[in-house]
Ligand binder design. Structure first.
Ligand code: G16
Length: 546
């Protein structure tokens, strides 16, 4: 169906606030929900164009602001294989969002069509879903208007976690091919993951109950649905923070981002030594684990620890299965704790790459390995199996019962792990698989290495876009001279490391620091935060150590 430019023009939803800076960043568009109506309309048109460009393949649209507070919202596009939108199209998203009248909008659309030689007569297919934010209802209507005027065949998948939407997109686009990913329904997802989990832990004693903090978000109802497919004697889960109906509760003093940045358990979680706990974020694409040690001290097992655990287990399975030709690699970002990188490179002897923040960067780098384990320290990540690795795992014939067992488990892992994007539910099942096989407590898992103390500080500045980085965000290029000042301060601390980057999801600059001791780390983090505040137009209160 061709494009009705008159309808697109006359239905345009204008910006509510003039001069607002719209950018398709780390995780799509993200800001206060009230300024996003116009963006939804245009994202719908972009999804339609993207589908037409890719011969009518189904494109996904997810309305969520993930870990952000409830008043925020956002939207991101999902490409046909379930990955994030191809980077070269992000600029189009921004150009469309900025266009604020019908003529300007049509002009941008025509430019996109010409630059990509899009045949506008190809029918477009788009699916969409949303999280539990109260603002979703109105934003969905704006998206639907955009889909209607651009003539896409659209299917509403309702309330879903971000990773389930990614799964659905891949399933739809691979249906009836040799690469078919699964049944394109949430039930299909639950069945696939639960069956794989049962196989992967077969014959092993179930662990103690896992306490799952769902951030009062969409992860709660979705995890409940998954558990209907999982007998209690295989996995025992106690859900906390599942209030999705009370206004203001989403991500409030709970969830993976709270636990990681505050380095403490949610106040609502009554944890005792020996309890096994984890937290999802608001759209269930991140997970971190934690426990209280015998002295009731909080201990965090973040994305770095999950990457180490997964790499260790998978490398052993590959070896035990006798398929050592398959090479495992790990991808991290600058936020990875120095101790984790040391553990991976020196103890596990696994190659490690460092890329800028944002799962799209990690995902692409992980594709370069036969088996690529990627995790951001914040708990966002997954494991990718290359077509060669999948084929080897599928077709290798075991010569011994031990090889057979390892191959069977690897096969289960390829179904258990969401290959499209980081997924809290799937990652939780991966960690539970490994711990169940080892019969490990969280304390035993934590023995792999000791994190260097670290601190993340948020600094609000007049314009965060003036911060430009290089070397996988480990160094600042602009504002000029700032990096030299950071370096001079870092040099005063043993094991000191610090970097500064603009957030892609919040209007703030992030300062990360680590050092040999907790007090030195905090001192360094706040010193750098104050330098940023003083030199780059700090707004509000100057950062001060609590
Ligand atoms: C998003 C991205 C992540 C990134 C995080 C923080 O997560 O998908 O890859 O690590 O934002 O980004 P920033 O520091 O730039 O704000 P989520 O879970 O919010 O979608």
């Amino acid at each position: 169906m061709s494009l009705d430019f008159d309808a697109i023009k006359s239905n345009i939803i204008p910006h509510k606030i003039e001069g607002f800076k719209y950018t398709y960043g780390t995780a799509g568009f993200r800001s206060k929900a009230e300024v996003l109506d116009s963006v939804m309309y245009k994202v719908a048109i972009l999804a339609t164009l993207r589908s037409k460009k890719l011969n009518g393949a189904t494109i996904g649209v997810m309305i969520t602001a993930s870990h952000n507070p409830e008043e925020d919202n956002g939207v991101k596009l999902v490409d046909p294989r379930g990955e994030m939108l191809e980077q070269s199209w992000e600029g189009y998203a921004t150009s469309l969002a900025v266009a604020n009248d019908g003529d300007a909008l049509v002009q941008v659309i025509e430019q996109i069509i010409a630059a990509n030689k899009i045949d506008i007569n190809i029918p477009a297919s788009v699916i969409y879903a949303y999280d539990t934010r109260p603002s979703c209802a109105e934003l969905v209507k704006c998206l639907e208007l955009g889909l209607k005027v651009s003539g896409a065949k659209a299917v509403n998948h309702g309330l879903q976690t971000t990773p389930i939407l990614h799964y659905l997109v891949r399933c739809i686009n691979t249906a009836n091919t040799s690469d078919a990913y699964g049944e394109p329904t949430a039930e299909g997802y639950y069945k696939k993951l639960s069956e794989a989990f049962k196989t992967a832990v077969k014959g092993k004693a179930r662990l103690s109950p896992l306490h799952v903090d769902c951030a009062n978000g969409v992860g709660a109802p979705k995890l409940r649905e998954l558990l209907e497919y999982m007998p209690e004697d295989v996995l025992s889960v106690k859900i906390v923070n599942e209030d999705i109906n009370t206004k203001g509760q989403l991500n409030k003093n709970c969830g993976a981002d709270f636990v990681k940045t505050q380095q403490r358990a949610p106040p609502t979680a009554d944890i005792h030594p020996g309890d096994r706990c984890c937290s999802f974020d608001g759209d269930a694409d991140r997970i971190v684990y934690y426990y209280a040690d015998k002295d009731s001290v909080f201990r965090l097992l973040d994305g770095d620890k999950i990457a180490g655990l997964a790499a260790m287990f998978i490398m052993e399975l590959v070896k035990d299965a006798g398929i050592d030709s398959i090479k495992v690699g790990v991808v991290q970002t600058a936020y990875a704790n120095g101790s984790s990188t040391h553990y991976l490179t020196k103890v596990l002897n696994v190659p490690v790459s460092c890329v800028p923040t944002g799962v799209k960067h990690l995902h692409h780098e992980a594709e370069k390995y036969d088996i690529g384990v990627y995790f951001e320290a914040n708990g966002h990540g997954t494991v990718l199996f290359s077509p060669t690795a999948l084929n080897t795992i599928k077709t290798s014939e075991a010569k011994t019962p031990a090889q057979n067992q390892a191959l069977m488990q690897l096969r289960a892992l390829t179904d258990l792990i969401n290959q499209t994007v980081g997924d809290a539910i799937s990652d939780m099942l991966l960690v539970e698989t490994i711990l169940t096989n080892r019969q490990w407590s969280l304390e035993e898992w934590d023995q792999a290495y000791t994190d260097l103390p670290n601190r993340l500080v948020k600094v609000v500045v007049a314009d965060r876009h003036i911060f430009k980085t290089t070397n996988a965000e480990r160094q600042l290029v602009e504002p000029a001279g700032l990096q030299a000042e950071i370096d001079a301060n870092v040099a005063k601390y043993s094991n000191g490391r610090s970097f500064v980057r603009a957030s892609g999801t919040e209007d703030a600059v992030r300062v990360y620091a680590e050092a040999a001791t907790r007090s030195e780390t905090d001192e360094l983090a706040y010193k750098i935060a104050q330098i940023v505040y003083d030199r780059a137009g700090g707004v509000g209160a100057r950062p001060l150590m609590a």
